[in-house]
Design a protein around this ligand. Sequence first.
Ligand code: TYD
Length: 211
Amino acid sequence: MTEGRLITIEGIDGSGKTTLAAALARTLHEQDGINTHLLREPGGVVLAEKIRDLVKDPSLHTGARAEALLYAAARAQLVEQAVLPLLAAGRWVLLDRYIDSSLAYQGAARGLGVKEVLAVNSFATGGLSPDRTLLLDIEPLEARKRLAKRGEETDRLEQEDNSFFEDVAGAYRQLAEREPDRFTVLDATSTREQLLDEARAALVALMPDSD
Ligand code: TYD
């Protein structure tokens, strides 16, 4: 049986996480014979999808602390109900956002404190840490242009101004600097092929016969 692995993908809204996650899952299957299980946050299991609807709803007044706790509650359920059983069964789990999102958005940009938000999330997840985190780095203005092109309705968080996303992007960079062994920073403006190659390369060391 292969060893379970947790890979997370992070970045600000419009950085292309979801597209990369899908392409990476396909490549790992076709090129390396690894069947990944793709999940997203907040969501992935029924309770967490319900919390997702709540936390993204622009019509609800949601304070920063409540917001942090809602994301943490969704994460706790996802980890218990889906991630841990998959890892125990030797599966690779590819997760579109995880704790680093809360550290960057709620801890840094909302000003709750990275250390404080980490404590809540360590409780929520029992301290489950990713084997590798891919950070899609992009200038917030560029990301905003991409979101505008998609033409979708913006959710409560996407309605924040540019300085909020500057804070989020800056916090992500700091998190990556603090844990260089876990993070791989990818330039989100690279071509799709290049991004995919670099993302896969960052995972080779985790593959079964790489050591
Ligand atoms: P996401 O699923 O990336 O949005 P979409 O599918 O609409 O592109 O994430 C939803 C929003 O939640 C996004 O603005 C980032 C935010 N978020 C946090 O602020 N903290 C968190 O812990 C997570 C997981 C997401």
